[in-house]
Design a binder for this molecule. Structure first.
Ligand code: ZN
Length: 149
């Protein structure tokens, strides 16, 4: 890998592309639920062609985030796992935050899938702090959730 690319990547940890984040998120989900992630399963989960998945998987392999073997599926490397877990934690935090605000579950999922890729670390920390407060304040939650539709 070129030194320039490595630098760019290092400074963009928080700015990993939406596509890469979606892949890592789905791959971790598949591994957690089925024990493995195959190209065919990822393609189904992301609703895209297997050829596109293969391309991206090869890219993620080149970036050191996973190891891909054509017939045995793939595994996340240490770096891939770390990133995927951070993505999953962020997803869970945003889900809990919206739930505490009383947002409808179907809306929550849709919103989180969009929000999670565009939120800055500082906003996320602020939401984490607010979520922590909301957890312990049922009266405040009740007031928030009593808003008109
Ligand atoms: Zn998500």
């Amino acid at each position: 890998m070129f030194a320039g690319m490595r630098n760019k990547k290092a400074s963009q940890t928080a700015g990993t592309s939406t596509a890469v984040e979606d892949y890592l998120e789905r791959i971790l989900e598949l591994i957690n639920s089925k024990g493995y992630a195959r190209v065919i399963d990822i393609a189904a989960a992301l609703k895209i062609s297997q050829a596109s998945v293969t391309n991206m998987v090869q890219r993620l392999d080149a970036e050191g985030l996973l190891k891909y073997e054509k017939y045995r599926g793939l595994i996340l490397t240490g770096a891939g796992k770390k990133l995927a877990r951070r993505i999953a934690q962020r997803h869970n935090l945003l889900t809990e935050f919206l739930r505490l605000l009383g947002v409808d579950d179907r809306v929550i999922h849709q919103d989180v899938e969009g929000m999670e890729h565009h939120i800055s670390p500082s906003t996320l920390r602020a939401i984490a702090a607010l979520t922590q407060q909301l957890r312990h304040r049922p009266a405040l939650r009740a007031r928030l959730q009593a808003r008109p539709a």
